[in-house]
Design a protein around this ligand. Structure first.
Ligand code: GDP
Length: 367
């Protein structure tokens, strides 16, 4: 009996469902067993998310990018700063890179494409991602998926298509949506170990249409809140439906809590509106700055939740950072994995409190 998946080549294991090579006991008894991930792909045409730690991630992606590739760099529009894969700029420069910005369905209905696209490409340049183009999509609703397929037809036939992105950006959902369009019959999937790696990359040939897709695992990181909360808390911070902007008319001496994961104190400046874009189900609590510390002490894990006791312990200590802006353009304070606060552009001095290891990203306002 082989201990290697005959589909992707990953060593078979029964311990961790979202790690490469996972197989159930029952499936392991079959002849020529394949891991759960290959099984679902081969038989149901379904991709399954897979995340691996940073140390191994880079090796996997470098191997996948050893050949000329058309790279689909998948990002989550709700969490652009948390979608940036650290440290791959150099190797990406040798390839044709397109940003696929997913979850457009979360944005307000009237959001226009072009300004968001230009904004995104500017942000990508700032992060040194060598992308030639971006497409805004929703794997969930199918928005612009046909346009993405047209781009692939035109630009990626002779190259392998490498799909990469941080965990939870919706890479698997996107691949599932792509597959159903590139190969509607879904009859001919074969997976194969990506040459030289057993770490979780998988090459998929799509029928006779000439496409080869290389799926890479998702990357997780301590700098993103979504990777440090428990499964129950993840449901409270991941948006599932169109974001309902929450507008707060704030004045100095007031604080806003985003669950118990972030706090914004308004220290100095004229009264102004702050718009909070977080998952609709996450509780936002306004209080007096004077009472904010004691409220946090008394209600963390209750009124102010997540985090809960099952989340990473480090999320229960918030570290303050001063932020200050003169009168000018509106800016966002983006918190990886949690959402963003839109400041109106009036002068303001404030303090943002975030869990240790999580950094606020200041950017031109997106919406
Ligand atoms: P992966 O880890 O990058 O492979 O991400 P998944 O495909 O597993 O998706 C992560 C989460 O994002 C899941 O809760 C999905 O339901 C959700 N998701 C994926 N695509 C979309 C989308 O287009 N819109 C919305 N609103 N949610 C999405």
């Amino acid at each position: 009996m082989s201990l290697i998946c005959t589909g992707c080549g990953a060593p078979l294991q029964m311990d961790t469902e979202d790690a490469p090579g996972y197989i159930t006991n029952e499936a392991f008894m079959r002849e020529q067993p394949v891991c759960q991930r290959c099984y679902r792909l081969i038989h149901y045409g379904q991709f399954q998310p897979m995340a691996i730690p940073e140390e191994t991630y880079r090796q996997v992606v470098m191997k996948a990018l050893a050949r000329p590739s058309f790279v689909l760099y998948v990002m989550d529009l709700f969490d652009v700063s948390g979608s940036i894969v650290p440290g791959l700029t150099g190797v990406l420069r040798q390839h044709d890179v397109m940003i696929v910005a997913n979850k457009f369905d979360l944005f307000p209905k009237q959001t226009a494409d072009e300004p968001v696209k230009s904004w995104l490409l500017r942000e990508a340049r700032r992060a040194e991602i060598p992308a030639s183009d971006a497409v805004l999509v929703s794997a969930k609703t199918g928005y612009h998926m046909d346009e993405l397929v047209e781009q692939l037809e035109a630009r990626a036939r002779k190259k392998q298509i490498v799909v990469m992105g941080m965990a939870n950006v919706g890479k698997s959902s996107l691949l599932n949506a792509l597959l159903s369009r590139l190969d509607p019959e879904q009859t001919r999937f074969t997976t194969s170990a990506f040459p030289g790696t057993t770490l979780g990359s998988m090459a998929i040939k799509l029928g006779d249409n000439g496409f080869t897709i290389v799926d890479t695992p998702g990357l997780m990181g301590k700098h993103r809140i979504q990777d440090r909360v428990c499964k129950a808390s993840l449901k409270l911070i991941m948006p599932t439906e169109r974001l309902r902007p929450r507008v707060y008319q704030l004045q100095k001496g007031q604080s806003l809590f985003l669950g118990g994961l972030a706090r914004f104190d308004f220290i100095e400046g004229p009264p102004q509106s702050v718009v909070v874009y977080v998952a609709n189900q996450l509780r936002v609590h306004r209080t007096k700055l004077q009472q904010a510390d004691s409220l946090y002490q008394r209600h963390l894990g209750g009124l102010l939740t997540p985090p809960c006791v099952s989340c990473d312990e480090g999320l229960r200590t918030l570290v303050p950072k001063n932020v200050s802006f003169t009168e000018g353009r509106p800016v966002d304070l983006a918190i990886p994995g949690l959402g963003f606060l839109r400041l109106s552009g009036h002068a303001i001095k404030g303090v943002i409190h975030l869990p240790k290891g999580v950094t606020v990203n200041v950017r031109n306002a997106l919406l």
